[in-house]
Design a protein around this ligand. Structure first.
Ligand code: SAM
Ligand code: DTB
Ligand code: SF4
Length: 326
């Protein structure tokens, strides 16, 4: 059945409806997602977002996928305290020169601290904005006052992921509840910040769990402005180290479904991209992804190489442009 594309914005999706979208024949799903994508976006606009870990490791949370959790003692990772502002801004400038227009800074905190360290993050945000880039931070939980100060510093968006559906969540994280995450997202939205919120596939969850996460995200009005979809990077020493890599077509299905239920969002093809072929990545873009993390490193793990990404973008360009470049 080739369902006609529905271009309405809905906030009342049911999990069963989302599962039905996700499970339809792949070519129907991709065609439907691409139609929605074309209706709401310029498909040639694929945003490059750079990512930097500004405070690494030693996190008190026990997220079982995460190499930065202090609970996973077998992980080989050097802890690094909050970086100097000048070094962060140097990295942002380099990323801008390489073609990134969004700079995302991640800190391994349970919740954002107060005092000198929070003030330093505000300086980083101001500095990134002064470079003419979008600025996004992910600092763990924040309260309304911190969200307001981030807005005043010019922050574009706050990233805080739901990670998975509400029913599976407790299998992955025990130190912070789903409701804690929703409260942080409420503070983000309440302050007028753009919301960047998504999750991870490949942790052992079912399609219903994936749909449960999308249903929760799509019940925000307005929908999150950006939705990162990560494929698990199974890091040695974490409890999920033994998980098999997902089938790239599962990622395509997840991205297409995200695009259909949240038509206006920037859907970011995030962690796990380095193990995808060029063609699988292009299929993700056809299915509605319109942003990638660009740069050799994610937070602590490797990303697709910049040379490969430049080749990917060259392959996407018009033939005349490709000929001129060669
Ligand atoms: N501590 C902050 C928090 O959790 O909100 C910010 C940093 S945290 C590393 C940001 C997100 O990265 C997580 O919510 C998760 O979705 C993603 N992530 C972390 N480790 C990952 C992994 N091994 N594979 C895929 N995604 C991962
Ligand atoms: C998101 O959803 N993915 C990014 C960003 N938001 C902060 C982080 C991916 C981290 C992958 C594992 C690592 O490199 O440590
Ligand atoms: Fe800490 Fe964030 Fe990693 Fe969880 S995902 S352990 S909160 S850095």
């Amino acid at each position: 059945m080739n369902a006609p594309a529905d271009f309405s914005l809905r906030y009342d999706w049911r999990v069963e409806e989302i599962v039905a979208i996700h499970d339809q024949p792949l070519l129907d799903l991709v065609a439907q997602a691409n139609a929605v994508h074309r209706r709401f976006h310029d498909v040639n606009d694929v945003q490059k977002a750079a990512l930097l870990s500004i405070k690494t490791g030693g996190c008190p949370e026990d997220c079982s996928y995460c190499p930065q959790s202090a609970h996973h003692r077998e992980v080989k990772l050097d802890r690094v305290d909050l970086m100097e502002t000048a070094d962060v801004l140097g990295a942002a400038k380099t990323a801008r020169e390489a073609g990134a227009d969004r700079f995302c800074m991640g800190a391994a905190w349970r919740s954002a601290p107060e005092g000198k360290r929070f003030d330093a993050v505000l300086d980083m945000v101001r500095g990134v904005r002064a470079l003419g880039m979008e600025a996004c931070v992910t600092l763990g939980m924040i309260n309304e006052s911190q969200a307001r100060r981030l807005v005043e510093a010019g922050l574009t968006a706050y990233n805080h992921n739901l990670d998975t559906g509400p029913e599976f969540y407790g299998e992955i994280i025990t130190t912070r509840t789903y409701q804690d995450r929703l409260d942080t997202l409420k503070a983000v939205r309440g302050a007028g910040l753009e919301m960047c919120c998504g999750g991870i596939i490949g942790m052992g969850e079912s399609v219903k769990d994936r749909a449960g996460m999308l249903q929760t995200l799509a019940s925000f009005d307005p929908h999150p402005e950006s939705v990162p979809i990560n494929a698990l990077v199974a890091v040695e020493g974490t409890p999920l180290a033994g998980r098999a890599r997902i089938d790239p077509l599962d990622l395509v299905r997840m991205i297409a479904t995200t695009r259909i239920v949240m038509p206006k969002a920037r859907v970011r093809l995030s962690a796990g991209r380095s193990s995808l072929s060029r063609e699988a990545q292009i299929l993700c873009l056809v299915a509605g992804a319109n942003s990638i993390f660009y740069g050799e490193k994610l937070l602590t793990t490797g990303n697709a190489g910049v040379n490969e990404d430049d080749a990917l973008f060259a392959a996407l360009a018009a033939r005349e442009a490709r000929a001129a470049a060669s």
